[in-house]
Design a protein around this ligand. Structure first.
Ligand code: ADP
Ligand code: MG
Length: 430
């Protein structure tokens, strides 16, 4: 039996200029009775939007959205959501924060108190009912967030990066505590959907992993995991699955990168969210021993001590610039990448600039426009407006910032932070 079923779900948002931008397109999804499903995908691929649709917080534009075979029109009593940001009311005590959901359901005060007490004890917060959120550590705050969801005895729990804001160890402990409650049947919840950034977390928790593709969001891959829990993070089976998921996650970025470099120039391509120093650090790590130009992605991740959400955009950038190739869970330097790693600073910048002009249509577009101006300068505004045809204003700003940072490094154009104007490189020395 499916607890949640989505078919052909689409959602778009209006951009600042009033045009609709598609965020989700034709999403088919189900959450079956007894299942934990993990949803992975790049930032901006629509994961939170999908969760909010399932929670009844926002409507889909098209498609079927059902909870136990009934259409979801608004918030559903059986579905609870846990947010990454804790979302606690600072002026309410822990106890009051937890009771909040029950108040909305009209549960009498005495019962609210008993139930909140019981949940606080279950989640490891016994004795903290009277504390204010600011007196708690991040891990404990997130426990309150989870307690507030669990106290409603939800049929379904939707967790949106609930463990991401926590340090690794705290996140792991909380995750294991959740799994113990679930596997020990201590909570009435019948299905859990977690959105995660963290591949290992997904592999350790889920019965099924779903990977969302971006622009617009669609379900791209699905992996079923049959291993019993608790799982051993170091076991051969878990390592192999992590490898497999890494492979699936990186397949697309290279294709997207190649598409960005193809003749059908795509001005609205969302430059990956990373910076030059990280790009070069990862390149050097890959070039040096013990990798010597070839690495297994999970191993490189371990050595780099960077999080997946920092690494994936960096791989994408390196692939885009033709410095590496990513294939299934492996990464290797291209000949140009090797040359780059061995080059001095000036030569690196030169290569970077050439690759930028060849493979990033936005950078080439900026450069061409500057060249056709007699003054050789232009306000960044027009490029922001251009990008806003493809994405929302915040994302447009981020993408332009990346294009500016990369362009300055490659000496393709300059930028004056005081005036917000782009310039041809020879005029940029202020
Ligand atoms: P994810 O959770 O995968 O990072 P989101 O679902 O938060 O992605 O967002 C997907 C895209 O939809 C992003 O480009 C985001 O800017 C856009 N978006 C999300 N909510 C809104 C909104 N209320 N109005 C306009 N755009 C939105
Ligand atoms: Mg999100």
């Amino acid at each position: 039996m499916n607890l949640i079923e989505l078919q052909g779900v689409a959602k778009s948002f209006r951009a600042a200029d009033g045009t609709a931008r598609s965020v989700l397109e034709l999403v088919d999804f189900h959450l079956a009775d007894g299942e934990i499903v993990a949803l992975l995908g790049k930032s901006g691929s629509g994961k939170s939007t999908l969760l909010r649709i399932m929670a009844g917080l926002i409507p889909a534009d098209h498609g079927k959205v059902e909870y136990r075979q009934r259409p979801i029109y608004g918030p559903v009593a059986g579905i609870a959501m846990v947010f990454q940001s804790f979302a606690l009311f600072p002026w309410l005590t822990v106890q009051q924060n937890v009771e909040l959901g029950l108040e909305a359901q009209g549960v009498p005060a005495v019962e609210r108190e008993t139930r909140a007490d019981a949940v606080l004890e279950m989640i490891g917060l016994a004795g903290f009912g009277g504390a204010l959120p600011r007196e708690l550590s991040g891990g404990m705050k997130q426990r309150v967030g989870i307690a507030r969801a669990l106290v409603t005895k939800p049929d379904i729990l939707l967790m949106d990066e609930a463990f991401s804001a926590l340090d690794v160890l705290t996140g792991e402990t909380l995750r294991n505590d959740m799994l113990e409650l679930w596997d020990g049947d201590q909570i009435p919840t019948k299905g859990i959907l977690i959105v995660s950034h963290n591949i290992e977390e997904a592999v350790m928790m889920a019965d099924r992993i779903i990977i969302l593709a971006s622009d617009p969001g669609r379900i791209r891959d699905e992996i079923t995991i049959d291993l019993p829990r608790p799982r051993d993070a170091d076991s051969v089976e878990v390592r192999a699955l992590i490898d497999e998921v890494y492979g699936l996650m990186t397949q697309r970025p290279t294709q997207e990168a190649t598409a960005g470099a193809s003749a059908t120039a795509h001005l609205g391509y969302r430059l990956p969210n990373t910076d030059i120093s990280r790009i070069e650090a990862v390149l050097e790590l890959l070039a040096d021993p013990p990798f010597d130009g070839h690495a297994d992605l999970p191993q490189l991740a371990e050595e780099s001590e960077l999080a997946d959400e920092e690494l994936f955009p960096t791989y994408e950038a390196l692939g885009l610039m033709g410095l590496v190739q990513v294939d299934k869970g492996d990464i290797h330097l291209t000949a140009l990448g090797r040359h780059y790693a061995d080059a001095d600073q000036a030569r690196r910048q030169e290569i970077f600039g050439q690759q930028l002009l060849t493979h990033v249509p936005l950078a080439a577009h900026i450069r061409r426009n500057l060249e056709s101006e007699s003054t050789g300068t232009l306000s960044e505004k027009r490029f922001l407006e251009l990008l806003e045809d493809f994405m929302d204003a915040v994302e447009a700003k981020r993408v332009l910032e990346v294009a500016i940072e990369w362009g300055r490094y490659g000496e393709v154009y300059g930028y004056d932070y005081h005036t917000g104007r782009l310039t041809l490189p020879d005029k940029s020395e202020i």
